[in-house]
Design a protein around this ligand. Structure first.
Ligand code: PEP
Length: 248
Protein backbone atom coordinates (compact mmCIF):
# COMPACT_ATOMS: atom_id res chain seq x y z
CA UNK A 1 0.00 0.00 0.00
CA UNK A 2 1.54 3.31 -0.98
CA UNK A 3 1.60 6.29 1.35
CA UNK A 4 -1.26 8.54 0.39
CA UNK A 5 -4.28 10.33 1.77
CA UNK A 6 -6.42 7.20 1.51
CA UNK A 7 -6.72 4.80 4.43
CA UNK A 8 -6.80 1.19 3.42
CA UNK A 9 -9.93 -0.83 4.03
CA UNK A 10 -10.75 -4.55 4.03
CA UNK A 11 -14.41 -5.60 4.13
CA UNK A 12 -15.67 -9.15 4.57
CA UNK A 13 -18.85 -10.06 2.70
CA UNK A 14 -20.18 -13.25 4.25
CA UNK A 15 -23.00 -13.41 1.70
CA UNK A 16 -25.59 -15.98 2.88
CA UNK A 17 -22.97 -17.93 4.84
CA UNK A 18 -21.70 -18.28 8.38
CA UNK A 19 -23.39 -19.05 11.67
CA UNK A 20 -23.43 -17.78 15.24
CA UNK A 21 -20.24 -19.65 16.14
CA UNK A 22 -18.27 -17.88 13.39
CA UNK A 23 -19.05 -14.51 14.99
CA UNK A 24 -17.15 -15.39 18.19
CA UNK A 25 -14.25 -16.98 16.28
CA UNK A 26 -13.88 -13.94 14.03
CA UNK A 27 -14.00 -11.48 16.93
CA UNK A 28 -11.39 -13.31 18.99
CA UNK A 29 -9.04 -13.83 16.00
CA UNK A 30 -9.09 -10.17 14.95
CA UNK A 31 -8.86 -8.77 18.48
CA UNK A 32 -5.42 -10.37 18.98
CA UNK A 33 -3.61 -8.00 16.62
CA UNK A 34 -3.16 -4.28 16.24
CA UNK A 35 -4.67 -3.29 12.90
CA UNK A 36 -4.30 0.40 13.63
CA UNK A 37 -3.12 1.43 10.16
CA UNK A 38 -6.21 0.31 8.32
CA UNK A 39 -9.97 -0.07 8.66
CA UNK A 40 -11.81 -3.36 8.48
CA UNK A 41 -15.45 -4.33 8.65
CA UNK A 42 -17.68 -7.38 8.39
CA UNK A 43 -20.92 -7.55 6.43
CA UNK A 44 -22.71 -10.61 7.83
CA UNK A 45 -26.22 -11.73 6.91
CA UNK A 46 -28.59 -9.14 8.42
CA UNK A 47 -30.05 -11.44 11.16
CA UNK A 48 -26.60 -11.64 12.78
CA UNK A 49 -25.96 -7.90 12.97
CA UNK A 50 -27.04 -7.51 16.59
CA UNK A 51 -24.82 -10.37 17.78
CA UNK A 52 -21.42 -8.73 17.21
CA UNK A 53 -19.65 -6.80 19.93
CA UNK A 54 -18.64 -3.18 19.56
CA UNK A 55 -15.06 -4.06 18.53
CA UNK A 56 -16.34 -4.98 15.06
CA UNK A 57 -17.24 -2.35 12.53
CA UNK A 58 -20.29 -3.62 10.71
CA UNK A 59 -21.87 -3.31 7.31
CA UNK A 60 -24.77 -4.90 5.47
CA UNK A 61 -24.97 -6.52 2.07
CA UNK A 62 -28.03 -4.63 0.82
CA UNK A 63 -30.74 -2.16 1.78
CA UNK A 64 -34.02 -1.18 0.15
CA UNK A 65 -34.29 1.90 -2.02
CA UNK A 66 -37.52 2.67 -0.12
CA UNK A 67 -37.84 4.20 3.36
CA UNK A 68 -40.49 1.89 4.80
CA UNK A 69 -43.83 0.28 3.99
CA UNK A 70 -45.18 -2.67 2.04
CA UNK A 71 -41.90 -4.20 0.82
CA UNK A 72 -41.92 -7.72 2.22
CA UNK A 73 -38.49 -9.13 2.94
CA UNK A 74 -36.68 -5.81 2.59
CA UNK A 75 -34.57 -3.94 5.16
CA UNK A 76 -34.42 -0.15 5.36
CA UNK A 77 -31.30 1.90 5.79
CA UNK A 78 -32.63 3.42 9.03
CA UNK A 79 -32.98 -0.09 10.50
CA UNK A 80 -29.39 -1.04 9.77
CA UNK A 81 -28.24 2.34 11.08
CA UNK A 82 -30.05 1.63 14.36
CA UNK A 83 -28.06 -1.59 14.63
CA UNK A 84 -24.79 0.31 14.36
CA UNK A 85 -23.84 -0.39 10.73
CA UNK A 86 -21.48 2.00 9.04
CA UNK A 87 -21.15 0.44 5.58
CA UNK A 88 -23.66 -0.82 3.03
CA UNK A 89 -22.59 -2.94 0.06
CA UNK A 90 -24.62 -1.82 -2.94
CA UNK A 91 -24.73 -3.06 -6.51
CA UNK A 92 -23.01 -6.38 -5.82
CA UNK A 93 -23.10 -8.40 -9.04
CA UNK A 94 -25.04 -11.19 -7.32
CA UNK A 95 -27.83 -8.73 -6.43
CA UNK A 96 -27.73 -7.16 -9.87
CA UNK A 97 -28.21 -10.64 -11.34
CA UNK A 98 -30.46 -12.42 -8.80
CA UNK A 99 -32.66 -9.40 -8.04
CA UNK A 100 -32.51 -7.60 -11.37
CA UNK A 101 -31.02 -4.47 -9.83
CA UNK A 102 -30.40 -2.00 -12.64
CA UNK A 103 -27.80 0.75 -12.58
CA UNK A 104 -30.65 3.19 -11.82
CA UNK A 105 -31.90 1.18 -8.82
CA UNK A 106 -28.34 0.92 -7.55
CA UNK A 107 -28.00 4.71 -7.82
CA UNK A 108 -31.24 5.21 -5.83
CA UNK A 109 -29.88 2.91 -3.11
CA UNK A 110 -26.62 4.86 -3.01
CA UNK A 111 -28.69 8.01 -2.49
CA UNK A 112 -30.62 6.48 0.44
CA UNK A 113 -27.41 5.27 2.06
CA UNK A 114 -25.71 8.67 1.75
CA UNK A 115 -28.81 10.48 3.02
CA UNK A 116 -28.66 8.31 6.15
CA UNK A 117 -25.01 9.24 6.72
CA UNK A 118 -23.71 5.73 6.04
CA UNK A 119 -20.98 4.74 3.58
CA UNK A 120 -21.99 2.92 0.40
CA UNK A 121 -19.53 0.35 -0.92
CA UNK A 122 -20.53 0.65 -4.55
CA UNK A 123 -19.64 -2.48 -6.53
CA UNK A 124 -18.94 -2.32 -10.24
CA UNK A 125 -17.43 -4.93 -12.50
CA UNK A 126 -17.70 -6.62 -15.84
CA UNK A 127 -18.69 -10.14 -16.90
CA UNK A 128 -16.11 -12.21 -18.75
CA UNK A 129 -17.81 -11.69 -22.14
CA UNK A 130 -17.33 -7.92 -21.82
CA UNK A 131 -13.64 -8.35 -20.96
CA UNK A 132 -13.16 -10.74 -23.88
CA UNK A 133 -14.79 -8.18 -26.19
CA UNK A 134 -12.44 -5.45 -24.93
CA UNK A 135 -15.28 -3.32 -23.55
CA UNK A 136 -14.40 -3.16 -19.86
CA UNK A 137 -13.96 0.61 -19.61
CA UNK A 138 -17.21 1.41 -21.44
CA UNK A 139 -19.10 -1.05 -19.23
CA UNK A 140 -17.73 0.46 -16.03
CA UNK A 141 -18.34 3.99 -17.32
CA UNK A 142 -22.03 3.18 -17.77
CA UNK A 143 -22.24 1.80 -14.23
CA UNK A 144 -20.52 4.88 -12.77
CA UNK A 145 -22.45 7.35 -14.92
CA UNK A 146 -25.76 6.22 -13.39
CA UNK A 147 -24.60 7.37 -9.96
CA UNK A 148 -23.00 10.58 -11.23
CA UNK A 149 -26.18 11.44 -13.15
CA UNK A 150 -28.39 11.08 -10.08
CA UNK A 151 -26.07 12.43 -7.39
CA UNK A 152 -23.25 14.37 -9.02
CA UNK A 153 -19.53 13.78 -8.67
CA UNK A 154 -19.47 15.33 -5.18
CA UNK A 155 -21.27 12.24 -3.84
CA UNK A 156 -18.09 10.25 -4.43
CA UNK A 157 -16.45 12.09 -1.52
CA UNK A 158 -18.47 9.72 0.69
CA UNK A 159 -18.55 6.57 -1.45
CA UNK A 160 -16.16 3.61 -1.33
CA UNK A 161 -15.85 1.91 -4.72
CA UNK A 162 -15.23 -1.80 -5.20
CA UNK A 163 -14.03 -3.09 -8.54
CA UNK A 164 -15.19 -6.70 -8.73
CA UNK A 165 -14.71 -8.41 -12.09
CA UNK A 166 -17.56 -10.92 -12.15
CA UNK A 167 -15.35 -13.62 -13.69
CA UNK A 168 -13.14 -13.47 -10.58
CA UNK A 169 -15.88 -13.66 -7.92
CA UNK A 170 -15.91 -16.97 -6.13
CA UNK A 171 -14.13 -18.63 -9.05
CA UNK A 172 -10.59 -18.77 -7.70
CA UNK A 173 -9.59 -16.79 -10.84
CA UNK A 174 -8.08 -13.60 -9.43
CA UNK A 175 -7.35 -10.62 -11.64
CA UNK A 176 -3.58 -10.22 -11.87
CA UNK A 177 -2.19 -7.26 -9.91
CA UNK A 178 -1.54 -5.56 -13.27
CA UNK A 179 -5.11 -6.16 -14.49
CA UNK A 180 -6.51 -4.81 -11.21
CA UNK A 181 -4.23 -1.76 -11.29
CA UNK A 182 -5.13 -0.99 -14.91
CA UNK A 183 -8.84 -0.86 -14.08
CA UNK A 184 -8.39 0.96 -10.76
CA UNK A 185 -6.29 3.62 -12.51
CA UNK A 186 -9.03 3.94 -15.14
CA UNK A 187 -11.68 4.43 -12.42
CA UNK A 188 -9.58 7.05 -10.66
CA UNK A 189 -9.01 8.83 -13.97
CA UNK A 190 -12.79 8.76 -14.63
CA UNK A 191 -13.30 10.54 -11.29
CA UNK A 192 -10.34 12.90 -11.83
CA UNK A 193 -11.77 14.18 -15.10
CA UNK A 194 -14.67 15.51 -13.02
CA UNK A 195 -12.94 16.38 -9.74
CA UNK A 196 -9.28 15.69 -9.04
CA UNK A 197 -9.57 16.10 -5.26
CA UNK A 198 -12.37 13.56 -5.06
CA UNK A 199 -10.40 11.18 -7.26
CA UNK A 200 -7.35 11.42 -5.01
CA UNK A 201 -9.39 10.65 -1.89
CA UNK A 202 -11.69 7.89 -3.13
CA UNK A 203 -10.97 4.46 -1.68
CA UNK A 204 -11.16 1.83 -4.44
CA UNK A 205 -11.24 -1.78 -3.25
CA UNK A 206 -10.53 -4.83 -5.36
CA UNK A 207 -12.77 -7.89 -4.99
CA UNK A 208 -12.52 -11.29 -6.62
CA UNK A 209 -10.91 -14.36 -5.03
CA UNK A 210 -8.62 -12.38 -2.73
CA UNK A 211 -6.86 -14.68 -0.24
CA UNK A 212 -4.10 -14.37 2.32
CA UNK A 213 -1.70 -15.63 -0.34
CA UNK A 214 -2.40 -12.98 -3.00
CA UNK A 215 -3.55 -9.96 -0.96
CA UNK A 216 -0.13 -8.37 -0.49
CA UNK A 217 0.63 -8.27 -4.20
CA UNK A 218 -2.79 -6.87 -5.09
CA UNK A 219 -2.73 -4.26 -2.32
CA UNK A 220 0.75 -3.08 -3.31
CA UNK A 221 -0.68 -1.62 -6.53
CA UNK A 222 -0.84 2.18 -6.50
CA UNK A 223 -4.60 2.49 -6.94
CA UNK A 224 -5.73 -0.59 -5.00
CA UNK A 225 -6.71 0.61 -1.52
CA UNK A 226 -7.82 -2.69 -0.01
CA UNK A 227 -10.28 -5.46 -0.69
CA UNK A 228 -13.86 -6.66 -0.61
CA UNK A 229 -13.52 -10.27 0.45
CA UNK A 230 -16.10 -13.03 -0.05
CA UNK A 231 -15.04 -16.64 0.53
CA UNK A 232 -11.88 -15.88 2.50
CA UNK A 233 -13.82 -13.71 4.97
CA UNK A 234 -15.43 -16.90 6.33
CA UNK A 235 -12.06 -18.11 7.57
CA UNK A 236 -10.87 -15.93 10.48
CA UNK A 237 -7.16 -16.70 9.99
CA UNK A 238 -7.30 -16.04 6.26
CA UNK A 239 -9.29 -12.84 6.77
CA UNK A 240 -6.77 -11.71 9.38
CA UNK A 241 -3.85 -12.30 7.02
CA UNK A 242 -5.64 -10.20 4.35
CA UNK A 243 -6.11 -7.41 6.91
CA UNK A 244 -2.42 -7.64 7.86
CA UNK A 245 -1.51 -7.29 4.17
CA UNK A 246 -3.45 -4.01 4.11
CA UNK A 247 -2.06 -2.80 7.45
CA UNK A 248 1.19 -1.44 6.00
C1 PEP B 1 -17.52 -10.93 -3.39
O1 PEP B 1 -18.50 -11.61 -3.55
O2 PEP B 1 -17.64 -9.72 -3.14
C2 PEP B 1 -16.20 -11.56 -3.54
C3 PEP B 1 -15.19 -10.80 -3.80
O3 PEP B 1 -16.18 -12.93 -3.42
P1 PEP B 1 -14.85 -13.86 -3.44
O4 PEP B 1 -13.81 -13.18 -2.58
O5 PEP B 1 -15.31 -15.15 -2.86
O6 PEP B 1 -14.43 -13.96 -4.86
Amino acid sequence: MQTNIRRSLVVGNWKMNGDKSLIGKMQSCLSQVDLGNMDWAICPPAPYLGLFDSSVRLGVQNVSQFDSGAHTGETSVSMVKELGCQYVIVGHSERREDNFESNEIVALKVQKILDAGLTPILCIGEPESIRDAGNVFDYLTTQLNAVVTLLGISAFANIVLAYEPIWAIGTGKTASPEQAQEVHAFIREYLAKQDSNIAAGTVILYGGSVKGSNAQELFSQADVDGGLIGGASLNPEDFLSICLAANQ
